[in-house]
Every structure is written in C-alpha cells, then in structure tokens.
Design a protein. Structure first.
Length: 85
C-alpha cells in the first residue's frame, strides 16, 4: 500500500462520505476531498471519474491536506480550483 500518502490528517471515508462519492453528490463539494491511493489523485466528492474501491480512498478536510500528502489534483474535477465548485 502507499503508506507514504497516509498522514495524521487523513481518515478512511465515513459511510456518509462514501455514499457522497458513489452518488457524486455536488452538495458535499468543499466539505471534504478524497485521495485515491492507487493513482495518487485527489478529487471532489462529485468527480465524474469512476469511483475507486473503498479500501483505496482516504479523506481530507482540505485539498491542501491532500496535496501535502502527495496527491495531485484531478484534471477532471479540479479540486484545487474554487471557481470549479
């Protein structure tokens, strides 16, 4: 596993967060961001990309925390651009 991307600021998704990711819930954008361990990409909950497996997802309160953990912003949902929210 990619333990270098796991920090004290991450957490596994709660059931509500996982549901938001699976349903691409736009109302949850800016409430949390998630990183995919297998790809190294950080996304917003509403990202249109195929959802990762739950065991590959870690959640962060801010996109800056995800970036500090080594995730790069998704080119599809652009979590690093507030104007895209």
């Amino acid at each position: 596993m990619h333990s270098d991307r796991l920090t004290s600021t991450h957490r596994n998704p709660t059931p509500a967060q996982w549901q938001a990711i699976r349903s691409r819930d736009t109302s949850m954008d800016c409430h949390f961001f998630y990183g995919v361990l297998s790809t190294g990409i950080a996304c917003r909950p509403s990202c249109a990309a195929r959802p990762a497996r739950p065991e590959s997802v870690v959640c962060y309160e801010t996109v800056e925390q995800a970036r500090a953990a080594g995730f790069r912003p998704c080119l599809r949902c652009r979590p690093d651009r507030p104007e895209a929210w």
